[in-house]
Design a protein around this ligand. Structure first.
Ligand code: GLN
Length: 309
């Protein structure tokens, strides 16, 4: 097998040259202007060795990738009681779907669809002011990425707040069942802001290391969560991390992964590496088109699929 640096560099070069780039998300106006030609790939192992290709250090909107970290925080705060407010089954529906909420008493299917992530944000918010809850999330990201420069892109947050009618509908609907406990505006405000955190592939791959190493963040030298909890979060990433594209992602890539409409994907190769890829063009399910293809190549060349070589 060629060394990892060569594999990552080759994939980045190949991806940059491809004409099929998918469509940049337009429903959040501020994201519509992102350059579809951007491409970054970073693989970091437990010793902090990074293999990088393309735009490894350009910050982008992490969007739904933030849901992995809010899930981690919420589990740390309330433990398994979280599962009274949100399920852990794949939804088979688009990320912003509302239909299942009516049948299931306002309990979202899983923490990674929008409804589920809004419910998780509401759990983090309870007992705090929105500013405190947001500060806690941001500090957690800075700690995991080992970088205090990470910030929220206020323009993206404001853009989503102005146009996020569907998320407002989801939140109000859940509030009618008592699944959301705080004022809907507060919960949505925190949700839009944590989705608007800007990070680079290198920062996100660093932040994901605790999931690849059984809850222990090797660079921070800290146990972030128990091994059991890390394993379970990985399981939910595998089954739900790509919405109604989760089955296909497992089939093609075979790693726990979480996508965001900013075009990023965080993927975890347990015991081997934490990986982040960024290409802003999306497929029909709202997942990075070339991001998925790049990960498929990486897994083929490294043999890292959790399902075997
Ligand atoms: N903030 C986005 C939204 O709520 C997140 C969606 C995503 O990344 N899939 O619509």
């Amino acid at each position: 097998m060629p060394d990892l640096d060569t594999i990552v560099r080759d994939i980045a070069e190949e991806m940059r040259a491809r004409p099929d780039r998918g469509e940049v998300a337009r429903y959040i106006p501020e994201l519509a202007g992102v350059d579809p030609q951007a491409f970054g790939l970073v693989v970091i192992d437990g010793d902090g060795r990074a293999a990088v290709g393309g735009d490894a250090d350009i910050p982008f909107s992490i969007q739904s990738i933030s849901k992995v970290f809010t899930l981690t925080l919420a589990l740390g705060m309330v433990g398994d009681r979280l599962w009274r407010r949100v399920g852990r089954e794949p939804s088979g529906s688009p990320f912003n779907s509302i239909v299942q909420l009516e049948r299931e008493n306002g309990i979202p299917r899983n923490p990674f669809i929008n409804a589920g992530a809004i419910a998780v944000t509401d759990v983090i918010l309870s007992g705090h002011q929105p500013r405190e809850a947001l500060g806690e999330i941001l500090r957690f990201m800075q700690f995991l990425a080992q970088d205090n420069g990470i910030a929220i892109d206020e323009k993206v947050a404001a853009s989503e707040k102005r146009t996020g009618f569907r998320n407002a509908a989801l939140a109000n609907y859940m509030r009618s069942f008592g699944v959301i406990e705080n004022p809907v505006d507060y919960t949505l405000g925190v949700y839009f802001h944590h989705c608007a955190i800007a990070m680079s592939c290198r920062q996100l791959a660093t932040a994901g290391l605790y999931l690849a190493y059984s809850g222990l963040h090797p660079l921070a030298g800290h146990t972030v969560i128990s091994a059991e909890r890390a394993r379970r979060i990985n399981a939910i990433m595998l089954t739900c991390g790509h919405y109604d594209g989760s089955g296909d992602f497992a089939y093609r890539v075979g790693l726990p992964g979480k996508s965001g409409v900013g075009g990023g994907i965080l993927a975890v190769a347990p015991g081997k590496a934490s990986i982040c890829v960024w290409s802003p063009g999306l497929d029909a399910a709202g997942n990075s088109h070339l991001g998925r293809i790049a990960l498929e190549m990486l897994v083929k060349r490294t043999g890292w699929s959790i399902f075997g070589v």
